[in-house]
Ligand binder design. Structure first.
Ligand SMILES: NC(=O)c1ccc[n+]([C@@H]2O[C@H](COP(=O)([O-])OP(=O)(O)OC[C@H]3O[C@@H](n4cnc5c(N)ncnc54)[C@H](O)[C@@H]3O)[C@@H](O)[C@H]2O)c1
Length: 254
């Protein structure tokens, strides 16, 4: 059996980082994304940087349960054991001056919340059999606090962080605690991480406003996220479960 981790929404900004965390510690990786082009680029890049590792890629809409069932079967047939599941995919409308419709309730909840549940439902079966597993749900500081809409004002027109984002991220914490309690006896941990905004070439005024709200006076670096994922997916980490780990420079304590 090839021990591996699976990352949903792997082709996005943070998916790359989670993929590297898994390949640094495990023999295999499964990357899943609806964006075929970006997935291909990530796959090629990872193959170059980790030539000895087994990597599977699947171009898939994760809101379709049938597809997830097929995916789980295909991965099992290849003799991969998915020990780590990272529910990372999201439809996160980035602040944009031209955003007209601010959210789509069903679409966003289906990707951010329902698909996370479906991946746990189908990929936990093998984990339960093996009495070994690690589930991580990628939430946000907005799983703890409400958005501060004023940081976007006049930078991104009238942009407001959509209500769906708060609902999804708070919901993920419920999902995390539920499965941590249910699967504890099977030696499966289930945690959430809640990053504050991560540096990604954002507008200067926006960065200044957000940094001012953070006790450590900066946003997160990609390495801050990689460090916590490295820690959580390490097999030595056996006893922290059901937690929502804020990776936020103190943003949610003030
Ligand atoms: N970037 C940040 O600053 C930040 C901060 C806090 C939390 N987060 C959270 O981290 C996670 C990753 O964020 P990101 O910035 O990398 O986002 P991103 O938009 O760059 O990546 C999300 C990926 O999900 C994929 N996806 C969307 N719908 C899908 C579907 N139906 N099926 C399969 N794949 C689908 C997209 O194609 C994309 O590649 C999200 O859950 C986000 O809310 C991000």
């Amino acid at each position: 059996m090839i021990e591996c981790g699976i990352v949903t929404g792997a082709a996005g900004f943070l998916g790359h980082i989670h993929s590297k965390s898994i390949l640094d510690l495990y023999a295999g990786l499964v990357i899943v994304d609806i964006n075929k082009k970006k997935l291909e680029i990530l796959y090629k890049n990872l193959k170059i940087n980790y030539p000895k590792k087994k990597i599977l890629k699947f171009n898939l809409d994760i809101t379709k349960e049938k597809k997830i069932i097929e995916l789980e079967k295909k991965i099992r047939k290849k003799l991969f054991f998915v020990r780590v599941l990272i529910n990372n995919a999201a439809l996160d409308p980035k602040p944009n001056k031209n955003t007209k419709k601010s959210f789509n309730w069903d679409k966003e909840l289906n990707v951010g919340l329902k698909a996370s549940f479906l991946f746990i439902k189908h990929f936990s079966k093998q984990m339960i059999k093996k009495k070994d597993g690690c589930i991580i749900n990628i939430a946000s500081d907005l799983s703890i606090i409400a958005p501060t809409h004023t940081i976007y004002k006049n930078v991104f027109g009238n942009f407001k962080k959509p209500v769906t984002y708060s609902v999804i991220k708070h919901g993920l914490i419920g999902l995390t605690k539920y499965y941590a309690a249910l699967y504890g006896e099977f030696n499966i941990t289930c945690n959430a991480i809640s990053p504050v905004g991560i540096y990604n070439n954002q507008d200067k005024l926006f960065l200044k406003r957000l940094s001012n709200l953070i006790p450590m006076k900066r946003l997160a670096n990609k390495s801050d996220i990689k460090n916590i994922i490295d820690f959580l997916i390490n097999k030595k980490q056996k006893f922290i479960t059901g937690q929502n780990i804020a990776v936020d420079g103190g943003r949610t304590i003030v």
